[in-house]
Design a protein around this ligand. Sequence first.
Ligand code: GAP
Length: 444
Amino acid sequence: MQNVLTMEKLVALAKTRGFVYPGSDIYGGLANSWDYGPLGTALKKNIIDAWWKRFVTSRRDMVGIDAAVIMNPKVWEASGHLTEFTDPLVECKKCHTRYRADQIDVSAACAHCGTRGEFTESKNFNLMFKTFLGSTEDATSLAYLRGELAQAMFVDFPLVLQSSRKRIPFGIAQVGKCFRNEITPGNFIFRTREFNLMEFEYFIHPSEWEKHFEYWLQEMKAWLKFLGVAEDHLVFHEIPDGERAHYSNRTVDIEYQYPFGVKELYGLAYRGDFDLKNHMDKTGKDLRYTDSASGEKYLPHVIEPTFGIDRSVLVTMLEAYHEEQAPTTEEGETDLRVVMKLPKELAPFKVAVLPLSKKEELVSVALKIVDDLSTRFAVDYDETQSIGKRYRRQDEIGTPYCVTVDFDTLTDQAVTVRDRDTMKQDRVAISDLCAYLSGHLPTL
Ligand code: GAP
């Protein structure tokens, strides 16, 4: 039996099991700020590592960079972010609650105080986070936390070209934090003011943009399949003229059916030469590329696939969450089993080692197994509570295999390996355990 998954259930599990906690919790929290706990950190890192391997290290046409969060403010002038990177804002005249004008009906009542139709005129609110460099706080020291990763890939384009000797088409990838002073953050880690992105700028000849756009759309779909996202939970939304970001000639938003509605997950944009052209105009540096075969000199165009990391974590968890009627116990009790059917590559722990009791002879064998397996896999060890409760705990955090050390182990030198999804158990010799698990666990 599958019950409806609500955000409340997911947020509660995320907190109790250590995936994601409310930020600054002991100070009463900070609205819309979240901390990744030990398991969330592992899940997020596994997603990033898989992404990097898939899109960077396993490809000949991609390189990675790791740029500064604070760039020369002139970058953001050239990119248009200081003027165009805005959301429409309205304010309730009575209680001064602020809303995004494109997300509410301005003739309706204020969701906070109930006053009807009393909103200010919509004005553009800039999302860039301001800061000051050094000890003075004036216009000369004004700087910004990056609102997107992309600008470093454009600004570093000539240096990457020179140092890596890549030929077009090729991409520059980056993973890191971005900051946006969102008017209405919310829905757990879906929309926050600091968030993590993985993206690349793929530099191409202008005549080939349609081919590359289609190719990257298919690659993004394949990545989502790898995360375990069902295709019928996705919506591919062609953003019409007039609604795209200021830099984009074509955008397809990949949307997902979250419990709170269909909303953006990732974006794919054709940025043309918008950014390189603006940086060339602003700096006077020639950013054109010379094709060594044809001698043609041109400004490359860019296809940009962007993957929000926090939204990747969110949809991976939403898709993995299952509730199942567990088999009736010997005492006749039925139970609901919550199991995170995470892709095995992404599970925070691959294996949990569980001695049946805390008796020294079992614990010492179990800990020896932990030490041996830890050189290959992320291993958890748990000796508290009943074995049934420990299985359930590992199910809830998505551990693909539980290895139980029991009293027979002391004589047959074998352990029981339980599969998270089928709950089937195999008896495996300790000497074969590592090979058994390697055979069942895909490597990243
Ligand atoms: N360089 C292009 C770019 O940044 P975007 O559509 O503004 O494009 C890309 O953002 C992705 O970043 C989104 O598809 C989403 O996954 C993620 N994202 C955007 N704003 C976010 C926020 N406030 N909190 C969490 N993720 C966000």
